[in-house]
Ligand binder design. Structure first.
Ligand SMILES: NC(=O)c1ccc[n+]([C@@H]2O[C@H](COP(=O)([O-])OP(=O)(O)OC[C@H]3O[C@@H](n4cnc5c(N)ncnc54)[C@H](O)[C@@H]3O)[C@@H](O)[C@H]2O)c1
Ligand SMILES: O=C(O)C(=O)C[C@@H](O)[C@H](O)[C@H](O)COP(=O)(O)O
Ligand SMILES: [Zn+2]
Length: 371
């Protein structure tokens, strides 16, 4: 691809921002940030793995542009999205004397983006922040749309705020240091956009998966199309009172699986989403809503990408169905105690179904344990 970044604009009125996707944006970040936010200081939040792999590039770029900055480095992994680390980040920003008009930079994957974004939402009653996503998942999903937050012992993402970034800088070369398992996990969210409402994108992914994984030109196109798809839902329904819930395809099951596996490396978010999307399709097929051949076709694609597709693929003993149902009952889409699921009529035909009977879900999960 050319050196010019692709720009996806998110026209949210006074909260509008650009997503820039380019080959070496980390090295250009100093000039870009100085141009867009003159005179501001920056508090970088990152994790230990990204600090080793990519932070030096960002620091060099900020130094070259004469930008004042400070850093907060946290452990890597889903466990970092916690109350304790929220306090660490907020207190760190205050200790660095960052002012309300200064900016937080979230440099990392979705964990850092969600945590640092939430810290920015509450420090000094709201600071601006910039997303610099370094995982595939963060470049196609979590850096866009303004959902920020942490996990609670009660469940996934149960504490947070909607807080849009002021800019997203997605550097394609950052993905060169990402572990293959993490790349595959991010790819589950890429596939999600095809499954929701764009079967042509899903078919294109089937054709281009190898090139996306090997880093050919299809990778930038896949990321840009994913960002454009997410932007469409965010514009239609910024705070998820309706259609944005479709972005939760596979997540009601996936989040419950993440909770019962302890928000750990046993099951990454994207892996939970891959299994969750398979369960959503299989459940829809069981209810007579969707063709079961679609479940097979999606499973073949996810498997070829190196993703788990069945409950049995999760290492270790899976918690009992009761524990899964307890986690599902804490889902944020629950209304007056009734479960909402994203179900489907087939590839690219997802829909929101309210009042799903818990008994049917539990029976289905019990069947799926042995499948
Ligand atoms: N806010 C949203 O809209 C949204 C959307 C999707 C997912 N999420 C959240 O995002 C999180 C998952 O994000 P994730 O998959 O990026 O996980 P992550 O942030 O844990 O990053 C994955 C791993 O890759 C490492 N890493 C990241 N970039 C790297 C790089 N360039 N080189 C080397 N290592 C790198 C990280 O240190 C980490 O160990 C979950 O908490 C999920 O709930 C949020
Ligand atoms: O942006 C959204 O909306 C999504 O649902 C994107 C999901 O991929 C993401 O995992 C999100 O954090 C889930 O949101 P939640 O509201 O179910 O916690
Ligand atoms: Zn997700």
């Amino acid at each position: 691809m050319s050196a010019d970044p692709i720009t996806v604009h998110v026209p949210l009125g006074e909260r509008a921002y650009d997503i820039l996707i380019g080959p070496r944006l980390l090295d250009e970040a100093g000039a870009i940030l100085k141009g867009r936010f003159p005179g501001r200081r920056f508090g970088i939040v990152t994790d230990e793995t990204v600090a080793k792999a990519q932070l030096p590039r960002l620091l060099a770029a900020l130094d070259a542009a004469g930008i004042d900055h400070s850093e907060i480095v946290l452990p890597a992994g889903e466990g970092t999205k916690s109350w304790a680390n929220l306090q660490t980040v907020v207190e760190g920003l205050l200790a660095a004397r960052l002012e309300r008009r200064d900016l937080v930079i979230a440099l990392g994957g979705g964990v850092i983006g969600d945590l640092a974004g939430f810290a920015a939402a509450i420090a000094r009653r709201g600071m601006d922040f910039v997303q610099v996503p370094t995982s595939l998942l963060a470049q196609v999903d979590s850096s866009v749309g303004g959902k920020t937050g942490i996990n609670s012992p009660h469940g996934k993402n149960l504490v947070g705020a909607f807080h849009q970034p002021r800019l997203v800088l997605a550097d394609l070369s950052a993905l060169d240091t990402l572990a293959p398992r993490q790349f595959a996990a991010g790819y589950a969210e890429v596939v999600k956009y095809g499954l929701i409402d764009d079967e042509a994108y899903f078919f294109w992914l089937e054709e281009n998966r190898a090139e996306i994984f090997s880093g050919g030109p299809a990778r930038a196109e896949a990321i840009a199309r994913a960002c454009a798809a997410k932007t469409r839902f965010v514009l239609a329904d910024e705070k998820e009172t309706g259609v944005r819930a479709l972005l939760n395809l596979g997540h009601t099951f996936g989040h419950a699986l993440e909770k019962v596996t302890g928000f750990s490396d046993r099951l990454l978010h994207g892996e939970g989403v891959a299994i969750g999307m398979m369960l959503a399709h299989a459940f829809s097929a069981k209810l007579g809503l969707a063709p079961s051949q679609d479940t097979g076709r999606i499973g073949a694609h996810l498997k070829a990408a190196g993703l788990p597709t069945r409950l049995a693929d999760i290492p270790g003993d899976l918690a009992p169905t009761d524990a899964l149902m307890t986690a599902i009952a804490q889902d944020k889409k629950v209304e007056r105690g009734a479960l909402t699921f994203i179900l489907t009529r087939g590839i690219g035909r997802a829909f929101i179904e309210k009042n799903v009977e818990p008994g049917k879900v539990a029976e289905f999960l019990e069947e799926m344990r042995g499948a």
